[in-house]
Design a protein around this ligand. Structure first.
Ligand code: FES
Length: 102
């Protein structure tokens, strides 16, 4: 079985997501049945709102860089997307855990 070149695969919080090539990170999150992917300090859930890069409701962390607008960034193969402020630890080497234990 060969991979479909028209589909892009990534992860959100360590879980597989995918979308058509050229689709945004937000589109991939919506396609995975997520309507909210971050929480405000007050506990309100946020996801896609304006869809055009204006409201900043859709913020995520992408490959370790926080504050990225999911609606403005095309999903790329192998991207690691996280809730803004939450790290995807699936690829950690354990060094952070060792530091935290000290
Ligand atoms: S949904 Fe408004 S900036 Fe992304």
């Amino acid at each position: 079985m060969s991979a479909n070149p028209n589909r892009v695969h990534a992860t959100f919080e360590g879980e597989a997501i995918e979308a058509a090539a050229g689709a945004s990170v937000a589109a991939a999150l919506l396609a995975s049945d997520r309507i909210a992917w971050r929480t405000t300090r007050d506990g309100a859930q946020r996801g896609l709102f304006c869809g055009i890069g204006v409201c900043f409701d859709c913020l995520v962390e992408i490959d370790g860089e926080s504050g990225q607008r999911a609606c403005m960034i095309p999903l790329q193969e192998g991207m690691r997307v996280c809730d803004n402020g939450t790290r995807d630890t699936t690829a950690d080497t354990g060094a952070d855990a060792e530091e935290a234990a000290q």
